[in-house]
Design a protein around this ligand. Structure first.
Ligand SMILES: *[C@@H]1O[C@H](CO)[C@@H](O)[C@H](O)[C@H]1NC(C)=O
Ligand SMILES: *[C@@H]1O[C@H](CO)[C@@H](O)[C@H](O)[C@H]1NC(C)=O
Ligand SMILES: *[C@@H]1O[C@H](CO)[C@@H](O)[C@H](O)[C@H]1NC(C)=O
Ligand SMILES: *[C@@H]1O[C@H](CO)[C@@H](O)[C@H](O)[C@H]1NC(C)=O
Ligand SMILES: *[C@@H]1O[C@H](CO)[C@@H](O)[C@H](O)[C@H]1NC(C)=O
Ligand SMILES: *[C@@H]1O[C@H](CO)[C@@H](O)[C@H](O)[C@H]1NC(C)=O
Ligand SMILES: *[C@@H]1O[C@H](CO)[C@@H](O)[C@H](O)[C@H]1NC(C)=O
Ligand SMILES: *[C@@H]1O[C@H](CO)[C@@H](O)[C@H](O)[C@H]1NC(C)=O
Length: 625
């Protein structure tokens, strides 16, 4: 009995010990040897003293943390030969992706040790020489060696890979006959643009002719070209967003005209539109590519590596444009400067991709502005992670905030199930956003303008403070030209004429956001009838009558002892939205007065978790009648 206990104790200790020390030391050394001996243009956050499993970009370990099982390093700018006896020491590796680099040399012969390999992505590199004997990798499921310089024949050993589902060898210099690969599981095949000859073997006739184009293969008449959307490689025939969208817009315009003629029809249309929209949201499976961005359009093979996604220093994402376009994407909304998408990458990373429209500056000016915006690192400014510029596409990549914007939090449907934004959170949003905007105004020698401050561009950071997004785009786009109703409520009066955002107009917009936070009302809303009400004018009129609690959001009335703070905040907001630009305070002053409303914010206040109002019923608020 005793012996058993001692045994279990030791056993448990051993378990704990192995858990703490789970770091795969040898795999870590192999990875360091690899990365230290292969030049690369983007820096990796592979800190020797950090945990390889938890902190190293692009590395995944097995569940017990004992081995590295996945290495994904696309687009890191690796150039040269893969140093021998490095990657090959990761003998438990299942996934290897080194695609979109500039790796040269033969297919590494020591990869023969990677016996567990399932997914191999080496496309878009400069490998050359012949393909290896594949029969050693029994578990290979996806092989992508396309867009390299491999020559020689397609090895017959591929037919030993019973698990193989996808084989991409397109855009190499392979020659000779195509072997009769009897692979029942093979679903995707692309051998296009090589120097293959002969005919298509029986077992591969089920694939569309597009899998074989660009070779000197004789297509026999039995092989009627079949279009199979699943297997066909991306080509020119893909979605043509421009014309498609134009049709959409014309139709919409027509509908709008018709609707304005017939009120009843408009009502019906609204119902239909709602249904259609709902349906569209259900189809989550779309990718950015399916939404009209195709890599053929945005990257051409001949362009140098600089014409890829540009990442800012310190960004530890590991993905490239191709990943991004393949990511499943959901429309987040149509912003002032273009569509925003939520994209979920293969490895689970979620980012926001903004697709800019109406960019009216050249590459150099664009890059300059991105440098300014990207250089801002502040806890209250949403970091720009990466951007992309080509003639046809301009993309910006940001972190994704799962809680949604302040606008969504304030205005999402009220009623049961809604968690009201409490006063503490609202104060933190205001303080954070003010600090963020002040930081933005300090950038570029104190000249940077945000230009698009509104509650839908403010998010909550990890400390639940406001965090500002979407800055600095007004100078590079012509988006101000068409008056967009949604942004109009935030626009300072002088901007409507000058069409030029300034730091003073930013202060005005921030004032409107403050009013929104205090009142819970949208900057432009309707009351009862269909009359449009501007929030600023409405607040003015209510305040002119007399100071009443009517201004404030009813959701706030349940929190005790906050009237004083609310009134102070209202005064600050009113000072920001004064008509004359030069009478508005500067952003650093705004930060100071807001911080004074609640001194020592972080230290003295109880956190929202143990607030009294969550347990006791709210006392009646003075002034409410
Ligand atoms: C690596 O991590 C250690 C501790 O985690 C830290 O002190 C050090 O600054 C880091 N080095 C780099 C280069 O990030
Ligand atoms: C191949 O996969 C099977 C099933 O997942 C596994 O049992 C086997 O160990 C793998 N082979 C190698 C060499 O890793
Ligand atoms: C990569 O290969 C292409 C075509 O084979 C060649 O033009 C280019 O110079 C190579 N790049 C490097 C960095 O070796
Ligand atoms: C293989 O790479 C090509 C690019 O050459 C890409 O179009 C294709 O989707 C990739 N296939 C897989 C299964 O990764
Ligand atoms: C393949 O290319 C290499 C150089 O990269 C060359 O030495 C070799 O002769 C070529 N082999 C074939 C079969 O064309
Ligand atoms: C590959 O398959 C062939 C038959 O298709 C067989 O003769 C050969 O031994 C296999 N090779 C390996 C390494 O399994
Ligand atoms: C092969 O290269 C051409 C031109 O560089 C490109 O259009 C095509 O998409 C590539 N094919 C694949 C499968 O990557
Ligand atoms: C293609 O293969 C033929 C022989 O089949 C050879 O004569 C020709 O040079 C090859 N072309 C290229 C571009 O490798």
């Amino acid at each position: 009995m005793k012996a058993l206990c001692v045994f279990t104790l030791i056993f448990n200790l051993g378990l704990i010990f192995s858990k703490v020390n789970a770091e795969p030391v040898e795999d870590k050394e192999a990875l360091l040897d690899f990365v230290n001996n292969l030049p690369h243009s983007r820096s990796l956050n592979w800190n020797e003293s950090a945990s390889v499993c938890n902190h190293w970009t692009g590395v995944k370990c097995s569940e017990d943390g004992k081995r590295v099982v996945a290495v994904r390093l696309p687009g890191v700018g690796f150039s040269g030969l893969i140093p021998p006896k490095t990657i090959s020491r990761l003998s438990a590796l299942k996934i290897l992706s080194l695609r979109s680099n500039v790796i040269t040399g033969y297919f590494p012969s020591d990869f023969i040790n990677l016996k567990s390999l399932c997914y191999l992505y080496l496309q878009f590199n400069n490998f050359s020489g012949t393909l290896p004997d594949f029969s050693v990798w029994k578990n290979l499921t996806i092989i992508n060696l396309s867009n390299n310089g491999f020559n020689g024949t397609i090895p017959r050993s591929l037919s030993n890979l019973t698990q193989l589902e996808a084989l991409y060898l397109a855009n190499n210099s392979l020659s000779g006959k195509i072997p009769d690969l009897n692979l029942p599981n093979l679903q995707q095949l692309n051998l296009a643009n090589n120097n293959l000859s002969g005919s298509i073997p029986q077992s591969l006739k089920r694939f569309p002719s597009s899998a074989f184009v660009g070779n000197s293969i004789s297509f026999d008449e039995n092989l009627a070209p079949r279009a199979s959307p699943d297997v066909a490689p991306r080509g020119e025939s893909h979605l043509r967003p421009k014309s498609g969208r134009r049709i959409g817009e014309t139709t919409l315009l027509g509908i709008v005209i018709a609707a304005s003629v017939l009120g009843l029809l408009a009502f019906l249309f609204l119902i239909v539109a709602c249904c259609v929209r709902k349906k569209r949201e259900d189809e989550f499976a779309g990718t950015l590519q399916k939404r009209g961005m195709s890599p053929e359009k945005v990257v051409s093979r001949n362009q140098d590596a600089s014409n890829r996604l540009f990442f800012f220093e310190g960004c530890n994402y590991a993905f490239d444009l191709e990943d991004l376009l393949r990511a499943s994407a959901e429309v987040l909304g149509k912003g002032t400067f273009g569509m925003a998408y939520k994209a979920i990458l293969e490895d689970g990373t979620t980012v926001v991709v903004k697709r800019l429209k109406d960019v009216n500056v050249g590459k150099r000016d664009f890059e300059q502005q991105m440098e300014i915006v990207g250089s801002i690192r502040h806890e209250n400014v949403v970091e720009l992670k990466a951007y992309y510029y080509s003639k046809d596409e301009k993309l910006m990549v940001y972190d994704y905030y799962s809680l949604g914007s302040v606008s969504a939090m304030l205005h999402s449907e009220r009623g049961e199930g809604r968690i009201p934004l409490d006063w503490d959170t609202r104060m933190r949003i205001a303080i954070g956003a003010a600090r963020g905007i002040a930081r933005i105004h300090a950038a570029n020698g104190g000249k940077l303008v945000h230009g698009n401050i509104k509650s839908s561009n403010i998010f909550l950071n990890s400390q639940q403070y406001g965090c500002v997004s979407d800055l600095g785009l007004t100078t590079i786009t012509s988006a101000l030209a068409p008056v967009i109703a949604r942004a109009a409520g935030y626009r300072a009066p002088e901007v409507t004429d000058s069409r030029k955002a300034t730091q003073a107009s930013d202060v005005y917009s921030f004032g409107v956001v403050l009013l929104e936070i205090l009142t819970g009302k949208s900057p432009i809303h309707t009351t009862g009838g269909d009359e449009l009400v501007h929030l600023v004018r409405w607040v003015h009129s209510v305040v002119r009558e007399e100071w009443t609690a009517e201004v404030f959001d009813v959701e706030l009335l349940r929190y005790p002892n906050i009237e004083e703070e609310m009134v102070e905040m209202l005064q600050i907001a009113m000072s920001c939205v004064v008509r004359m630009p030069d009478q508005r305070p500067k952003m650093p002053d705004v930060v100071r007065v807001i911080e004074n409303v609640r001194p020592n914010d972080s230290e003295n206040r109880p956190s929202s978790g143990n607030k009294s109002e969550s347990s006791t019923p709210p006392p009646p608020v003075a002034g409410e009648n």
